[in-house]
Design a binder for this molecule. Structure first.
Ligand code: HEM
Length: 456
């Protein structure tokens, strides 16, 4: 009898693993990261600083340091290598930053009609390649990457990518995001292959845009790689994964969009609600370069690492913030609500804030016209499961019940195994990044060239 009870207890423990183990592992991981990373950072909003100061602080001119002086930066440099020192996101303000940011803006500045035409063709060709003639289980993140690889190649090179180049780009972006999510280690050989390809293109004058003159050819290759073949591919694929996962889990919203392909207003509300509920940045950090008086009682000294929590900001000031409700945007303005999917205008906003929604609309329209999306997987902000989804041809109205049941089981089981491996891989990478001291060593070498304010 006791043996039977023990067996039942063990069975219950094993069966219930997916409901409790991932949560324990996540909190353990957060604690280990915080410990290894040091007492580094003031969370906004947090115990010291209320939500009412969020925007004012984020937009403050002295909240402009990016990499120098924060242990967190070592980790980002490690994940974004090679060439994180010239990645626009991590450059200190100054002449080099201005040169890089100007070039990014120029490459992205294309007429709306041209962007829509090029991307619609890319998606149609891709759908032709995919040939969805029956139910197919996919991971949305991987499904989306080739589309963005083709599109951003077209923007940078002004010509279509070959299959080989597309693979180089996808492999690079995949390696970065896998390491960022701690679901795998980084593979510098994979990333260096793309750098060599870009370097060769620069040497052969194959890039039809002037590149930042302040950078060496190698740095120019890293700049292109970092902004257009890493960040652009990763961010757009993640944004589309969230959006299609929302549609897969809310068939009535998916149907309404498919039936009304010209209703941009409703699509924008769905997109805004998706950005609000699943912001791509969990936290954006800044290092203060001067004292900031937040209140008469609280002055933050220069060198403070501010960690702005998008999820907390996006959840405040909304009725039932944890309910997914696109219709809330009928009465709200995305400009005045606590909603900053692309950052704050005054402090290094996303250079793709114009082109990103435009291109997302095109991909939604083209994909919804060809396939239906179903999913039974969990949907959380960090989407470590890469968006499991079942695609069926648009004519097929039956729900793929058996596949969805299998998907749910698999998703829950993977939650357990993945969270444990994320704990180990993440801990290793945090330790390795700290050990390499990428930012500390870089800024020591460039001490004379860059001041804390970053002017060169
Ligand atoms: C829907 C897609 C995207 C979202 C939601 C998004 C979101 C953001 C946010 C919130 C920031 C500001 C972070 C901060 O304050 O530190 C940012 C910065 C940035 N994003 Fe995006 N992004 C998207 C797509 C892209 C694309 C397609 C590109 C490249 C073409 C891109 C390139 C950058 C760069 C270079 C920065 C740094 C800007 C600077 O520091 O000057 N993003 N993005």
């Amino acid at each position: 009898m006791p043996a039977l009870l023990v067996a039942i207890a063990v069975l219950l423990l094993v069966v219930s693993l997916p409901w409790w183990l991932p949560k324990i592992v996540i909190s353990l991981r957060v604690r280990i990261f915080a410990r290894i990373n040091g007492p580094d950072g003031v969370l906004v909003p947090g115990p010291e600083i209320g939500i009412e100061h969020f925007r004012q602080l984020y937009a403050h001119p002295a909240a402009n340091g990016r990499s120098r002086g924060a242990a967190l930066s070592d980790l980002f440099w490690y994940w974004l290598a090679p060439g994180p020192q010239v990645h626009q996101e991590h450059l200190e303000p100054g002449a080099r930053y201005d040169d890089v940011a100007r070039t990014t803006r120029k490459i992205l500045a294309r007429p709306k009609g041209e962007v829509e035409r090029v991307l619609a063709r890319v998606v149609r060709d891709y759908l032709g390649e995919l040939a969805v003639t029956g139910a197919r289980t996919v991971r949305l993140r991987e499904l989306m990457m080739p589309i963005w690889a083709d599109f951003y190649h077209q923007l940078v090179f002004e010509k279509p990518a070959t299959a080989h180049t597309r693979k180089l780009i996808v492999d690079n972006a995949n390696d970065v995001i896998t390491a960022l999510k701690c679901t795998g280690l980084r593979h510098m050989d994979v990333r260096d292959r793309l750098t060599r390809f870009l370097r060769e293109a620069i040497d052969n004058d194959d890039i039809p845009h002037p590149l930042p003159a302040a950078l060496t050819p190698e740095e120019q290759a890293w700049f292109l790689q970092g902004t257009f073949f890493n960040t652009a591919i990763v961010q757009m694929s993640e944004a589309m994964t969230h959006l299609f996962l929302v549609l897969a889990r809310n068939p009535e919203i998916q149907e309404r969009l498919r039936d009304n392909p010209d209703d941009d207003r409703y699509l924008d509300h769905v997109m805004d609600e998706t950005f609000r509920s699943y912001p791509l940045f969990g936290i954006a950090h800044r290092i203060t370069t001067d004292d900031i008086a937040v209140t008469p009682e609280l002055t933050l000294p220069a060198g403070t690492v501010l960690c702005f929590s998008y999820a907390d900001f996006h959840a405040s000031g909304f009725e039932n913030p944890h309910t997914f409700d696109p219709d809330r945007w009928n009465h709200l303005s995305a400009r005045t609500a606590n909603h900053i999917p692309f950052g704050v205008t005054q402090n290094r906003p996303c250079p793709a804030k114009g082109i990103a929604p435009l291109t997302m609309r095109v991909v939604v329209r083209e994909m919804l016209a060809a396939v239906r999306f179903h999913s039974s997987a969990t949907h959380v902000r960090s989407i470590p499961n890469r968006g499991p989804c079942v695609l069926v041809p648009v004519e097929d109205r039956a729900k793929p019940v058996a596949r969805l049941a299998a998907q749910q089981l698999r998703d829950r089981a993977e939650d357990v195994t993945r969270s444990v491996s994320q704990l180990f891989l993440g801990t290793y990478m945090v330790w390795d990044a700290r050990r390499q001291r990428l930012t500390g060593r870089y800024f020591a070498d460039h001490e004379t060239a860059q001041s804390v304010g970053g002017h060169e």
